[in-house]
Ligand binder design. Structure first.
Ligand code: 7RM
Length: 630
């Protein structure tokens, strides 16, 4: 397995990837199983945008994740599953077993009417059947749309609706620490408004009672019984859709980010092997849920494409106690551990007593993803988990980039606390000022954009190409715009400063403020709301909601509780406001636009310097809001 092994080689490869990107990526794609090789490596145009990789190529990604490895690694463990409860049994699948489970479930899908091109919603806990479901969709050429189990019915039905799914794969429920989450009930409620769904396949996991609608709902366990393990892979075009994954944006409606097969496959495989410096036999653990892009790319596809062993954990870092991550690392001899800064910060806050009982001597590489990691947390991770022997890869990327873009290569390129450091080969960042002028040289800060396509780049937003164009390709003509601000320091290393739009990262989850507002507004007493983020020690960002009530409510605490319940029910517990302030009005311009800049300052507790408020319709509103701030 070829990968970069020295800093000089990184520099050479980087140079080559910029000078001859097509030859560079074609070389990476050579190793895969193709039914037909591509005619043309790349055609692109960032104005439309239209981006196509490996045009004319034909393949199936599951043959590359599974079949391709059977001869050499058939009996090697592909997937290890660690259950929520440490007393319960671990499940392991060799490549042969995973291949056969995927084929069997692919046949179940077919039997239930699913076919190539269909959109299938997957709403499941972190159990092996989730991975199997994802791969089974890809096997038959259906497009998976995994919805994170933490989203609830309204978010779920919006996503099912938008993708026009005809099949849903779910389970009766999920375990989350000491709690049981009833997933099927959420599906039932969501489906009241989703007539496109004809079949629901339910995996029995927590043995809780559920309602099964006859003709629509079937049990996974029944269907799989006599299902054959022979399921030839559907032959797909390189640019056929592999999946849709919804991500939050500046409007209340989530965007269905579309990734296509061959480019995504090539990019995820390349970045996985090089960033983590994966070696045969290493146990790789990515703690992200498959409901997020990190789980798609580095729990499922990346490790399997590389013929690796991936660990999947059902539970949470604090159950049964805050030592669980470290216990699992020792138990399974994890070599590479990839998690979110928010998890590191929360475990760091609970103290070293939870770390001390564990050896952690199997670890070779540590990774972080999803948010900036502050120097303190970086050092804590380095000293107490990596014992100063494990390089930390701070990986910057997005749902839309498909895979890691800016990151150290473990042990090969330099790390720097708080810095994602350098672009990977094939990745061409550029910093622009607000007017779109390139900021050249080092020691500059601007908007992070990319000037050339990489194979994992977003192709469109599902059924709304205009939105893709407007969001990513119109702010700065000719460039892909990330929505992030970024600094390039005196050495040329990249540091991500944070978002410049109305999305916030709460505990590593990307949430749109207007999506949260929509959820709050479902409360019958709320006429209008405005949500902003504020810096939060553990979560990175907390949620601050300013709400206007229809009639004054004397029982402010009860109202707040109801608002939290409303958000939990409609969107999910991940979007619960940390602070709620009832206000008489919101700071609006004469054209009716909420001046969020002012609300952000107030939420941050910075009341002194609110900037120019003279354009407000009613500046006195600001004084009132300031008084009630907490
Ligand atoms: C993988 C993922 C994307 C946004 C992105 C950034 C932020 C991600 C880092 C980071 C600082 C990092 N996809 N972000 N990684 N910020 N350092 N290493 O998280 O679509 O959910 O979010 O996350 O703002 O634009 S995502």
């Amino acid at each position: 397995m070829n990968r970069i092994t020295s800093f000089e080689q990184y520099q050479q490869e980087y140079k080559r990837s910029v000078e001859t990107p097509e030859a560079f990526w074609a070389e990476q794609a050579e190793q895969f199983t193709w039914h037909k090789k591509w005619d043309n490596v790349l055609e692109w145009n960032f104005d439309e945008p239209s981006i196509k990789w490996f045009i004319g190529g034909q393949l199936n990604i599951t043959e590359n994740c599974l079949d391709r490895h059977l001869e050499k690694r058939g009996n090697q463990t592909a997937l290890i599953w660690e259950p929520n409860n440490p007393e319960d049994e671990v499940r392991k699948f060799t490549y042969k077993e995973l291949h056969s489970e995927v084929c069997r479930f692919a046949n179940v899908l077919k039997k239930n009417g699913a076919k190539k091109g269909d959109r299938i919603c997957i709403y499941m806990p972190m159990i092996p059947e989730l991975t199997i479901a994802v791969l089974a969709c890809a096997r038959i050429g259906a497009i998976h749309s995994v919805v994170f189990g933490g989203f609830s019915f309204k978010s779920l039905s919006d996503r099912i609706h938008d993708a026009d799914c005809n099949v849903v794969i779910t389970s009766d429920g999920a375990y989350r620490g000491a709690k049981e989450i009833p997933l099927k009930n959420v599906i039932d409620e969501a489906l009241l408004t989703c007539p496109s769904v004809k079949k629901v396949i339910v995996y029995k996991h927590i043995n809780t009672e559920v309602k099964m609608e006859s003709g629509r709902d079937v049990w996974w366990q029944d269907e799989i019984k006599n299902s054959s393990a022979d399921c030839p892979a559907e032959i797909m075009d390189a640019e056929d859709m592999l999946f849709i994954l919804y991500t939050s944006g500046s409007t209340g409606k989530p965007k269905g980010v579309v990734h296509t097969i061959a480019g995504y496959m090539t990019f995820v495989d390349y970045t996985f092997r090089n960033v983590f410096q994966y070696n045969d036999g290493d146990i790789f653990w990515c703690t992200a849920d498959v409901g997020w892009i990190t789980g798609h790319s580095y729990l499922v596809y990346g490790p399997l494409l590389a013929g690796g062993t991936t660990l999947m954990f059902e539970g949470i870092p604090t159950y049964p106690d805050a030592g669980r991550f470290w216990q699992v690392i020792d138990k399974h001899q994890v070599a590479i551990f990839y998690t979110a800064p928010t998890a590191i910060r929360s475990l760091e806050a609970l103290g070293l007593d939870f770390v001390k009982p564990y050896k952690l001597d199997s670890l070779k590489v540590l990774g972080t993803v999803g948010e900036p990691i502050n120097e303190f947390a970086w050092n804590w991770y380095n000293e107490n988990i990596g014992k100063k022997k494990c390089p930390i890869v701070d990986t910057w990327w997005q749902t839309e980039t498909g895979g890691i873009m800016i990151s150290p290569l473990a042990g090969i390129t330099k790390t720097k606390p708080g810095f994602a450091t350098l672009p990977l080969p094939g990745v061409q960042p550029i910093l622009l000022d607000e007017q779109g002028k390139e900021l050249q040289g080092n020691n500059v800060e601007g908007r992070l954009c990319f000037k050339f396509p990489w194979p994992g780049i977003i192709r469109t937003t599902y059924q709304n190409h205009k939105r893709c164009k407007e969001t990513y390709f119109e702010t700065f003509k000719g460039y892909y715009f990330t929505g992030d601000a970024c600094k390039r320091d005196e050495e040329g290393y990249y540091h991500i400063s944070g978002r410049v739009d109305d999305v916030i990262k709460v505990s590593g989850h990307l949430l749109g403020t207007s999506e949260i507002e929509n959820a709050i507004d479902q409360h019958p007493d709320i006429v209008e709301s405005a949500v902003v983020g504020f810096p939060h020690e553990i979560k990175g960002w907390g949620i601050y909601a300013f709400v206007i009530c229809e009639h004054e409510r004397k029982d402010a605490d009860a109202l707040k509780k109801e608002i939290i319940e409303t958000v939990t029910k409609n969107m999910g517990a991940i979007a619960k406001p940390d602070k709620i302030q009832v206000v008489q009005g919101l700071p609006k311009t004469r054209s009716g636009k909420i001046m969020r800049r002012i609300l952000r300052k107030i939420a941050e507790g910075d009341l002194s310097n609110l900037g120019d408020t003279s354009t407000l319709l009613d500046p006195s509103i600001v004084e009132e809001i300031k008084k009630g701030a907490h």
